[in-house]
Design a protein around this ligand. Structure first.
Ligand code: URA
Length: 434
């Protein structure tokens, strides 16, 4: 086979066969297909899309590019969660310990920041010493011992996704349903989990901007899971504004710790509990969502979830003292307020623009080998629906460079201020099971 023929076929709207996709992924990993040809293929897929069988075949080809962990010797139903990516989405951090402390093993293989969105691994790496690069045997041993681990996919797990994910990030090919579905499914199935909860984000801060696209992606994720023998449910959740009040790696870790201390922003707490409840039901630890929600509330209130987070940090070599003293996390040198120049009510916040602003501060990747500044980011003092007076601080920029005029302007522009609060958008918009 020749890669140029597959690129041309996709560019012309053709449907690739399972054999073609399997060959392509293997040839790319073997170095026979260079990045420039794969980039062209990704762009053709971005514009042309894929049929259902094609995207399932791509996911399987990417899964089979590496090993699939066998976690069967670990007792219990293993359940993982995956978000399709948002701004300020730090949910995995409080979620894994919350679910683990209630008896369900969480073998989590996560990703790095992508485009304007942050990544769980980058956030965790802002905890001094935290190691996300475990071997398979370390990962399994940790899940067996403390029922949770959050790691990067090793070179043996879904290696195709690691290469493609990084390439898509710098070639403008992230926002594609088949590419997102195959990326997520290859690494999630490789982790050996028995069940999955998907948090499919919808809104301007998500890769899926419309409910129709998010619904399509949710069905694709659930269908590919079922095809692979994995139980799954997908929640469509709001990303029309950032989640919580922080964007940026160490700032988000501090917010996750606040949630585990039974404080923190309401939306982050509610979504953590909602996703955890679904995981407990799939993990057969609770017979209903109501019972599961009560269990989660109790574990947040009595400190079990917080202690489990400390355990997770310790198990992965991190400084668990950050939980008691979040100032041990990387701190930016400068704090610059962005103030309102008009009075009214916040009617919208452009989450995409704020994610991009954090990237400009150094908190996200601009190229494949960008080194992140884990301390920088934004703290939002006003969210949608909040009244604002002239001179009020809308957000504080945490920066390591003094001149942040361009970022400050972008942050101010991201806020729309009008006369009346808009209708409330529900946090969870749909639950999709097939
Ligand atoms: N999350 C992933 O793991 N992959 C994508 O492509 C997008 C979000």
């Amino acid at each position: 086979m020749r890669m140029v023929d597959l690129i041309t076929k996709k560019r012309s709207g053709g449907e690739l066969t399972e054999a073609e996709l399997t060959w392509m992924i293997q040839a790319y990993l073997d170095g026979e297909v260079p990045d420039y040809q794969m980039s062209a293929f990704l762009m053709a897929t971005y514009f042309r899309g894929m049929t259902d069988p094609e995207q399932a075949a791509l996911a399987m080809a990417m899964l089979h590019s590496g090993d699939r962990l066998d976690l069967s010797e670990i007792p219990g139903v293993k359940v993982d969660k995956h978000s399709t990516g948002g701004v300020g989405d730090k949910i995995s951090l409080p979620l894994a310990p919350l679910v683990a402390c209630l008896g369900v093993p969480v073998p989590m293989i996560s990703g790095r920041g992508l485009g304007h969105t942050g990544g769980t691994l980058d956030k965790l790496e802002s905890i001094p010493g935290f190691n996300v690069a475990e071997t398979e045997s370390e990962f399994k041993a940790q899940v067996a011992a403390i029922r949770q681990a959050i790691v990067a996919s090793s070179k043996d797990l879904a290696p195709a996704d690691r290469r493609l994910y990084a390439l898509r990030d710098v070639t403008g090919t992230v926002e594609s349903i088949p590419l997102i579905a195959s990326s997520i499914m290859s690494k999630k199935l490789a982790s050996g989990t028995d069940a999955l909860v998907f948090d499919v984000k919808v809104g301007n801060g998500a890769f899926m901007k419309t409910t129709a696209d998010a619904t399509k992606l949710a069905h694709a994720l659930v269908a590919i899971s079922h095809q692979a023998g994995v139980d799954a449910v997908a929640l469509l959740t709001d990303m029309s504004q950032p989640l919580g009040v922080t964007i940026g790696n160490s700032l988000e870790v501090a917010e996750a710790i606040a949630v585990l201390k039974n404080r923190g922003p309401k939306d982050v707490r509610t979504l953590t509990v909602t996703l955890a409840a679904h995981m407990l039901v799939l993990g057969k630890r609770a017979e209903s969502l109501e019972v599961a929600t009560g269990m989660c509330e109790d574990a947040l209130k009595d400190g079990r979830a917080l202690r489990a987070f400390k355990q997770l940090i310790q198990a992965q070599g991190g400084d668990a003292a950050v939980v008691d003293d979040p100032r041990r996390l990387p701190q930016a040198k400068y704090r610059v307020p962005v103030v309102a120049s008009t009075a009214g009510v916040v009617t919208a916040i452009d989450a995409n623009a704020l994610g991009t602003a954090v990237m400009q501060l150094g908190g996200g990747r601009q190229t494949l080998d960008s080194k992140l500044d884990l301390a920088v980011g934004l703290v939002l003092h006003k969210k949608v629906g909040t009244p604002v007076s002239v001179g009020d601080t809308l957000a504080t920029i945490h920066a390591d460079q003094k001149d942040v005029a361009a970022v400050a302007e972008a942050v101010a522009d991201a806020y729309s201020i009008g006369d009346a609060a808009p209708a409330k958008v529900p946090l969870v918009q749909a639950v999709i099971k097939d």
